[in-house]
Write a protein that binds this ligand. Structure first.
Ligand code: ATP
Length: 592
C-alpha cells in the first residue's frame, strides 16, 4: 500500500495540530482548503467525516465511542508501558490523546513492521472497530486500536485516541468546512451558498464533498433524493396570535402534535423512516412502513408527526387518546415493537411533502406542496393528513389555539403559504405557538457535561445531579448554565449513573468553559441533550454562560434558578441545544 499511498494520515494529523493552535475562522478555512486540495475525490468524503468527528452520516448508525479504559489498554500495549503508567501520565496531562502522543514518542518497544497509513486506511480501520460486536468484541477493538497506534506517528496517535474516545473536537464547524470546500476548488467562497443548500437537503457532508470534487458544477443542480435524508425545517416561536398574523398575514394553521417527527422515504417497495436527528427508525414502526408501501406513487419523501394512541370505550363511546412523545417511546421499549404496534397503534399525520416521483419539491412554495400532499393523503389506516385552516386574523388563530388546548395537544403551527421548505433552518416560514409561552416558566435544551456523586440519601445511587451546558455560537465553546439536582426519581438516578458511567472521562470536554466552583465528580463526553425547566434566569459569578466583564470589571454569566430535568431529548443532537445568546435574550425578556 505504500506505493500508491495518497493523503498520508500523518500529514492530516499535522494539519489537525495546526488547526488546534489557531482560533480564527478565516485561518482555519485556509488551512483546511489547502488540505482539501491535496485530497483525491475517492478520499474527500472520509477526510470530511474525520474532521466532523464522525465515521458516516447519522442514519448509517456507525458509532465508535470506545471507553477510556479500553483506549488506555491499547496505549499501554502499543507503547510498552503498564496500564498504571499510562493512567499516571493521563492524570498529569488531563488529555488521553496527549498521553498517547507522549508515550508513543518514548516508545519502549518497536513494532516489528509498520505500515504507512493513508486517510482511507485509518477510516476503514475505525469502521471495522465500530462494527465489531458480540462476545469478545472489546478485546478485538483493543487489538485493532493497538495496531493503529503501532503504525502511527506519535502525533497521529494523539488524534486517533481522541477520535475513538469521542473527544476529537477540533473546533471546526460545518460552516467552516463548507467555506473551505468552496475555496479549495474555486479559490474563493463563491460556491458556498450552493454547497450549503446541498448540505441542507442531504445531511451527508461526505456525499456533498464527493459530488463537488467530481464536478463543482453539479453542486448547482444538487437535488433531493430518496434515502438521503434532509435536515428538518424548524419553527420559530412567538408568544401571541397577533404577533404571528403580523409576520404572516394569511397563514395556514395546523395542530402541533407532541409526537415523533418522521421523515419518510420510499422508492418502489423500499421504505426508510428517519428521526429528527436523522437516525434510521425503520424497524421501530412496522405499521407505518407497511402503510407507506401502499401509497399510490413510485417514490416519495414526506414528513409527519407520529403519535401512538390507545382506544378506550366501545361503540359510540369509542375514543382515541393520543400519547405524548415520551410515552410513545417508552411503550415501544416496554412492550416490544410488534406488541406495541398492536396495543398502541400509531397514526402518522403527514404535514409536508419534499419529493415526488423524481421531482424535488423543496423549492416550491408551501401552498403548492400542500396541494400535492392533499392528493396523496389521507390514504387510510395509520396514515392521515394533518388538517389545516387558512387564517387571516389574530382572533381566528386564538380560536384554533383553544381547540388545540381542549384536545390535549401542544399548541399550533402557523405556516407561510409562500415559503419554500427551509431545510435545516429555523425561520419564520413556520411559527409555533405553545401553551407555556408568555408564562414565567420556560424550558431550554442543554447538553450534559458532567455529573455529581450523591450525598446523604443519594449516596447509594452514586448520583446526585448533572452539570449542564449551552453553546456559545460566537466562540464555539460550551458554557455551563446549571447544576441540576432535582427532577429525578430513584429509578432515574440509577439509570443516569449507568448511562453516564459509560462515557465518563477524567478531563473536561476540550471546548468547555467552566469555573472550578461547578466542577463535577465526573466529566462526560457531551452527547446527551436534556430539556430543563426553571423559574428564572439569574446572573451568576460562576456559571460561564455568556460570561462577560461588566463595566465595573465584575465578571458574570447567566444561570438557571431552580432547574428541573423534564426529559432527555433523544430526538435532538448536540448541535441543536440552546445557545448562550438565547439564554441572554430570555434573561432580558423576563426583565422587560
Ligand atoms: P418544541 O420543544 O417546541 O417541540 P422543538 O425544538 O422540539 O420544539 P421545533 O422545531 O421548534 O422543535 O418545533 C417544531 C416541531 O413540532 C417539529 O419538529 C415537529 O416535530 C413538531 N410538529 C408537530 N406538529 C407539527 C405540524 N403540524 N407541522 C410541523 N411540525 C409539527
Amino acid at each position: 500500500m505504500t506505493n500508491d499511498i495518497m493523503l498520508k494520515f500523518s500529514d492530516v494529523a499535522n494539519v489537525f495540530s495546526e488547526i488546534e493552535s489557531r482560533s480564527g475562522r478565516l485561518e482555519m478555512t485556509d488551512i483546511l482548503a489547502e488540505l482539501f486540495k491535496r485530497a483525491d475525490k475517492s478520499e474527500i468524503s472520509r477526510l470530511v467525516y474525520l474532521i466532523q468527528g464522525i465515521l458516516a452520516p447519522p442514519y448509517e448508525g456507525i458509532d465508535l465511542g470506545l471507553g477510556e479504559q479500553f483506549a488506555i489498554r491499547a496505549i499501554a500495549a502499543s507503547a510498552g508501558y503498564s496500564r498504571e503508567q499510562v493512567e499516571a501520565n493521563y492524570k498529569k496531562s488531563g488529555d488521553l490523546g496527549l498521553t498517547a502522543e507522549e508515550l508513543l514518542k518514548k516508545k519502549r518497544q518497536q513494532a516489528l513492521s509498520s505500515t504507512e497509513m493513508d486517510v482511507i486506511y485509518v477510516h476503514t480501520a475505525f469502521v471495522k472497530m465500530a462494527k465489531t460486536g458480540g462476545t469478545g468484541s472489546q478485546e478485538l477493538k483493543i487489538k485493532y486500536l493497538t495496531e493503529l497506534l503501532n503504525n502511527s506517528e506519535p502525533l497521529g496517535g494523539r488524534f486517533i485516541v481522541r477520535f475513538v474516545t469521542g473527544q476529537l473536537r477540533l473546533g471546526v464547524g460545518d460552516p467552516t468546512i463548507l467555506d473551505a470546500l468552496s475555496v479549495s476548488r474555486t479559490g474563493d467562497k463563491s460556491l458556498r451558498e450552493e454547497l450549503e443548500r446541498a448540505y441542507s437537503v442531504c445531511a451527508d457532508m461526505g456525499h456533498v464533498a464527493t459530488v463537488f470534487f467530481e464536478n463543482p458544477d453539479k453542486i448547482r443542480k444538487f437535488s433531493v433524493q430518496p434515502f438521503k435524508p434532509l435536515m428538518p425545517a424548524l419553527a420559530e416561536r412567538l408568544s401571541t396570535p397577533e404577533e404571528i398574523i403580523e409576520k404572516i398575514p394569511i397563514c395556514s394553521v395546523e395542530m402541533k402534535f407532541d409526537g415523533f417527527r418522521l421523515q419518510v422515504h420510499k422508492k418502489g417497495n423500499n421504505v426508510e423512516l428517519y428521526s429528527r436527528k436523522l437516525e434510521k427508525m425503520t424497524p421501530m414502526f412496522p405499521e407505518i412502513v407497511s402503510a407507506v408501501t401502499e401509497l399510490a406513487c413510485d417514490s416519495i419523501i414526506f414528513e409527519g408527526e407520529a403519535l401512538a394512541y390507545e382506544e378506550t370505550g366501545t361503540g359510540k363511546l369509542k375514543k382515541k387518546k393520543y400519547l405524548s412523545f415520551q410515552e410513545t417511546i417508552q411503550r415501544k421499549r416496554k412492550h416490544g415493537i410488534s406488541d406495541a404496534a398492536k396495543a398502541f397503534p400509531l397514526n402518522l399525520f403527514a404535514f409536508d411533502i419534499l419529493y415526488l416521483d423524481g421531482k424535488d419539491l423543496t423549492t416550491e412554495p408551501y401552498e403548492k406542496r400542500r396541494k400535492i400532499l392533499e392528493k396523496i393523503f389521507p390514504s387510510g389506516k395509520n396514515l392521515k393528513l394533518s388538517e389545516r385552516k387558512i387564517v387571516k386574523s389574530g382572533n381566528a388563530l386564538e380560536k384554533l389555539f383553544r381547540t388545540s388546548m381542549d384536545s390535549g395537544l401542544e399548541g399550533i403551527m402557523a405556516k407561510d403559504p409562500n415559503s419554500p421548505y427551509a431545510a435545516g433552518k429555523r425561520k419564520f416560514a413556520w411559527i409555533k405557538l405553545k401553551k407555556s409561552y408568555g408564562k414565567a416558566v420556560d424550558t431550554i435544551d442543554v447538553v450534559i457535561v458532567g455529573y455529581y456523586l450523591g450525598k446523604g440519601a443519594r449516596a447509594e445511587f452514586e448520583f446526585g445531579g448533572l452539570l449542564a451546558a449551552v453553546q456559545n455560537t460566537k466562540s464555539g465553546k460550551l458554557e455551563t448554565v446549571a447544576k441540576i439536582g432535582s427532577g429525578f426519581s430513584e429509578d432515574e438516578m440509577r439509570q443516569f449513573k449507568e448511562m453516564l458511567e459509560k462515557i465518563q472521562t477524567k478531563s473536561p470536554p476540550k471546548d468547555l468553559e467552566f469555573n472550578d466552583a461547578q466542577k463535577p465528580d465526573y466529566w462526560v463526553v457531551p452527547k446527551y441533550v436534556a430539556e430543563v425547566a426553571f423559574d428564572e434566569i439569574t446572573k451568576s459569578p460562576t456559571h460561564t454562560c455568556g460570561m462577560k466583564a461588566n463595566i465595573g470589571g465584575e465578571t458574570k454569566g447567566h444561570a438557571l434558578r431552580f432547574p428541573r430535568l423534564l426529559a432527555l431529548r433523544e430526538d435532538k443532537s448536540v448541535k441543536e441545544i440552546t445557545t448562550s445568546e438565547e439564554v441572554e435574550s430570555l434573561y432580558y425578556k423576563q426583565h422587560r
